[in-house]
Design a binder for this molecule. Structure first.
Ligand code: GLN
Length: 297
């Protein structure tokens, strides 16, 4: 019982000192397990010997792990925001489809679990992991802030923010964005970048497409959104807008990865192994060809 109390206390302290605890966990690999143990104990009031076992597993992170708790029910519940073509969109049958969806279904197949996709708001994804959903795949950029709440798989795609402008716009460099009316999708890295721009009036939308519509209607000076969706939107409104590489505005490259519950190293390893297999055997490239290449035409 003492152990459970100690573990719970650690978890409580962790909540208050997320950053400090996160670092410690990374160094030892053990504190993270302790945190998980505490949650388990609190949720399920497991007997002390079960807790003991988990602590032993933590001492040997190398040991072949059994099944991630997230997969114990045989279902991988995946959250996405199907407003981000070509990575995710709603198909003609009203179902989420796209590169990310095909990728996570292929991963699920390798892990021997059923994949169920839940379409939700992008800004709700991170907080829903470990609750309503097991993982999120949504062209999600790895950021330090998100890493305080979730872990990420290995990265599977490199992107950058693009700037969508009216065709005749003279905006061409970072300084030109100051004081402008900028449309973004709420809670995205484009949103975070826009909020740092001096004097910018940032308009946050739930769907990037709605921002682009407002740009076309003259309500915005530009929209900041990830490269591939920007190219899709450019082709959709090709007479009205142009999509400019964010490198021209000093935006840095971003890495997409699958967000997983914090501390679920078993699931991380399984997903990373599946990803690697697909990259090695050409399946990944086939998905890139099928979904990403040509999506901007
Ligand atoms: N890559 C961006 C982010 O992670 C946008 C993702 C999205 O809108 N689906 O914030």
């Amino acid at each position: 019982m003492k152990k459970i109390l100690a573990a719970m206390l650690t978890a409580v302290l962790c909540m208050g000192l997320l950053t400090a605890c996160g670092n410690a966990a990374e160094e030892t690999g053990q504190a993270a397990e302790t945190e998980e143990t505490a949650t388990e104990a609190a949720n399920e009031a497991e007997p002390a010997d079960a807790v003991e076992e988990t602590a032993e597993e933590a001492a040997q992170p190398e040991a072949e792990a059994s099944v991630s708790e997230a997969l114990a029910d045989g279902v991988l519940n995946v959250g996405t925001n199907a407003e981000f073509p070509p990575f995710e969109y709603v198909d003609d049958n009203g179902e989420p489809d796209g590169f990310d969806i095909a990728l996570i279904k292929a991963i699920g197949e390798k892990l021997g679990v059923e994949v169920q996709v839940e379409n939700m708001e992008f800004s709700a994804l991170v907080a829903s992991i470990g609750g309503k959903i097991d993982v999120a795949i949504a062209g999600m950029t790895v950021t330090d802030e998100r890493k305080e709440t979730v872990d990420f798989s290995d990265s599977y795609y490199t992107a950058v923010q693009y700037v969508i402008l009216p065709k005749d716009s003279e905006i061409a460099a970072a300084a030109d964005l100051e004081g402008k009316a900028i449309g973004v999708q709420l809670g995205t890295t484009g949103d975070f970048i826009a909020e740092e721009i001096a004097g910018a009036e940032v308009a946050q939308y739930n769907k990037a497409l709605d921002a682009v519509n407002d740009l076309v209607n003259g309500r915005l000076d530009c929209v900041i959104v990830d490269k591939n969706p920007a190219l899709v939107f450019q082709s959709k409104f090709e007479d009205q807008v142009k999509a400019v590489d964010g490198a021209q505005f000093d935006f840095e490259a971003e890495e997409y990865a699958i967000a997983i519950p914090k501390g679920d190293t078993v699931l991380a390893e399984q997903i990373n192994a599946a990803l690697k297999e697909m990259m090695d055997d050409g399946t990944f490239d086939e998905l890139v060809k099928e979904y990403i290449e040509g999506s901007d035409e």
